[in-house]
Design a protein around this ligand. Structure first.
Ligand code: CLF
Ligand code: SF4
Length: 406
């Protein structure tokens, strides 16, 4: 079968890209990507990325190995499964775990179609990599092509180690999104552009935006309604009415193909678009060794914005993971790190010998919902344990503010 025929066949079985497929074929999201590189004004990081997900429900975070194993398990239970997507809970391109997951799923379930959804900031650098991993369906959420409008939608963009804000942030994001869309389209991938319609902010700009993304290679456009979320700058704004949204889609359908059956699903959604079955599988967590499903266990939700810093003097990152006696927890915000709490570790358990594993376990348990740990050094075993639990280990030294500048 030629590559074009393969793509057409995958398209006919993609429940989001093809309306006819959505009652017959199922998709599964694997939540392997907790970190994000921008801040949208409608997003509360406690929840899933709302560029492609319904906010208000947090997902568990899986390791790539757990995700690949879960895919095989779900595939055995839902024969209509045709697409595996990565859509959060943060931005897939800001998480190396995305690529490992795609690699594992492509290896273990080559008949499934791979799909990715991103804010686009890191897409240009990764388009070829995605293509080489077999991804042919990419969604970019783009809410403006005019930086003045974009500045109202995005609080900040982390670029080249700096936090950009306002028009400068929007300019950079738009430049990268445009390049990412073009590059994916040139490679032969089908690009869907999601636009979050925010009345009074970007609604009057949407027709121009649709023309813009179409001219850069978008295959289909999905106009999503804003869902105002507590604790965000857009909490007090209203969602567009169904009539306003329909009118916008009708108007824009003259310029681009419109998706009209989106369900704004969770980053761990599973099943037909109209019939989410994720709760049936929420506690599935294979052992990660590829030996098949193990006993279901609950996975603690980690907050990707929380950083536990190993420090004895309270000023510097000065302890290795295995001998840490105290951590300071910070939340990383666009305005810098905010202190959250202290953690003291019970150091009575031996740090070597047979009880070393329990000692490490005790430290891990004390980290609670932290998605990241910053330490001077870490051994192979604890590092693997953290990875399996969805906690990122960062090696750093010296003053805490310097270590948290990422
Ligand atoms: Fe997932 Fe998105 Fe792929 Fe579909 S969802 S990554 S393209 S497999 Fe689909 Fe869900 Fe709407 Fe997304 S209904 S939120 S459009
Ligand atoms: Fe939130 Fe990042 Fe997704 Fe924007 S791209 S909605 S900030 S997780």
């Amino acid at each position: 079968m030629s590559q074009n025929q393969q793509l057409e066949e995958a398209l006919a079985r993609h429940p989001c890209y093809s309306k006819d497929a959505h009652r017959e074929y199922a998709r599964m999201h694997v939540p392997v990507a907790p970190r994000c590189n921008i801040q949208c004004n409608y997003c509360n990081r406690k929840y899933d990325c709302c560029n492609e997900s319904r906010p208000g429900v947090t997902s568990e975070v899986l390791t790539p190995e757990q995700a690949a194993e879960k895919v095989l398990y779900v595939k055995s239970k839902i024969p209509q499964l045709s697409v595996v997507g990565i859509a959060g809970p943060g931005d897939p391109m800001a998480n190396e775990e995305t690529f490992r997951t795609l690699e594992l799923v492509a290896r273990d379930a080559p008949d499934l179609t791979l799909c990715v959804s991103t804010n686009g900031l890191a897409l240009p650098d990764n388009a070829r990599r995605l293509y080489d991993l077999g991804v042919r369906f990419v969604t970019v959420t783009m809410n403006a092509c005019d930086p003045e409008v974009g500045a109202k939608v995005y609080g900040s963009v982390i670029w080249d180690g700096k936090v950009l804000k306002g028009v400068e942030a929007a300019e950079k994001l738009i430049e990268r999104q445009t390049e990412g869309i073009s590059r994916c389209a040139e490679l032969g991938m089908l690009v869907k552009v999601n636009i979050v319609m925010v009345p009074g902010i970007n609604d009057s700009h949407i027709p121009d935006l649709v023309k813009y993304v179409k001219s850069h290679g978008a295959y289909i456009v999905n106009i999503l309604p804003l869902i105002p979320v507590e604790g965000t700058p857009f909490a007090g704004l209203r969602a567009p009415t169904p009539e306003e949204r329909k009118e916008m889609m009708d108007r824009c359908s003259l310029d681009a193909r419109m998706m009209r059956h989106c369900k704004q699903c969770r980053a761990d959604a599973i099943g037909l678009l109209d019939q989410d079955r994720s709760q049936e599988f929420v506690h599935f967590n294979g052992c990660g060794s590829g030996c098949g499903p193990s006993e279901p266990i609950a996975i603690r939700t980690r907050d990707p914005a929380l950083y536990a810093v190993a420090t004895r003097d309270g000023v510097n990152v000065d302890s290795g993971f295995g001998n840490a006696s105290a951590f300071k927890v910070y939340r990383l915000t666009p305005d810098g790190p905010e202190f959250v709490r202290d953690i003291s570790v019970d150091t009575s358990a031996p740090t070597s010998g047979g009880s070393h594993r329990e000692h490490i376990r005790a430290i891990v348990d004390s980290l609670g919902d932290c998605g990241n740990v910053v330490v001077k050094e870490i051994g192979d075993m604890p590092s693997k344990t953290l990875t399996n639990l969805g906690i990122r280990a960062i090696i750093a030294n010296g003053p805490i503010p310097d270590a948290l500048q990422m």
